[in-house]
Design a protein around this ligand. Structure first.
Ligand code: ADP
Ligand code: MG
Length: 210
């Protein structure tokens, strides 16, 4: 279980707290949705859980053990909003090997199969993929790190309906064996297989649906 206990956060230049004593519990292999208006702190929450920024107060536990920011960076795989903007590999193969020079070819094929990109030419530049395929590549790159928790920030943003469906099908495929936190404006897309929906407002997180 991932557990956040009274986690608070305020940006250095912000007047108000973005997160105010947020509590959250997510069981292993759950798929949880986090909704909320623009500016409500959803991305900040993902950044804190994944150890990219430091909470001012509160504790975060994984399997009952309190973890540091650094430990959580290993625990989590984050797929940021519009991940395709940050591809830097000249080919798909190189993109997947960033930070993982010694990764086995079998691991790459295994992960590409998981995300439905098994027939892709690894020598092709990532920009040649469709929007939905690019998102799946970004997920593949994180899966290669074998994270305990996958965090996705607006995974369907800016995609057309068929591509949104594509991304949803991938998450459905990962469901059951992965702990996934999805920040989204479109909870309906993930409703079928997600286990809970939370709503973030004025720094507070409340359970909308279980
Ligand atoms: N680097 C920053 N410095 C100051 N304020 C910030 C910074 N980043 C985000 N904020 C503010 O923190 C709040 C939450 O932002 P964010 O987590 O990006 O919200 P969301 O992802 O829900 O749209 C917003 O009011 C935003 O303006
Ligand atoms: Mg955001």
């Amino acid at each position: 279980m991932l557990e956040l206990n009274k986690v608070s956060y305020q940006h250095q230049t912000g007047k108000e707290q973005v997160l105010s004593e947020v509590n959250l519990r997510i069981n292993e292999n759950e798929i949880v949705l986090i909704c909320g208006k623009s500016g409500s702190g959803k991305t900040t929450l993902l950044e804190i859980i994944s150890g990219l920024i430091k909470a001012h107060k509160g504790k975060i536990y994984w399997k009952s053990k309190e973890l540091s920011d650094r430990q959580r960076r290993w625990l989590c795989g984050v797929i940021f909003q519009f991940p395709e903007r940050y591809f830097i590999g000249s080919t798909i193969g190189k993109e997947l090997k960033i930070g993982q020079k010694s990764i086995r070819e079998e691991s790459i094929s295994e992960v590409l199969k998981k995300v439905g990109l098994e027939n892709i030419n690894l020598k092709m530049p990532p920009e040649k993929l469709s929007g939905g395929q690019q998102r799946r590549l970004a997920v593949a790159a994180q899966l290669l790190r074998n994270p305990n928790i996958i965090l996705m920030d607006e995974p369907t943003a800016g995609l057309d309906w068929s591509m949104k469906n594509d991304v949803s099908k991938l998450i459905k495929k990962l469901s059951g064996n992965n702990t996934i936190i999805i920040v989204t404006h479109e909870p309906n897309i993930f409703e079928e297989y997600s286990t809970k929906t939370f709503y973030l407002e004025r720094g507070e997180l409340s359970l909308l649906r279980r």
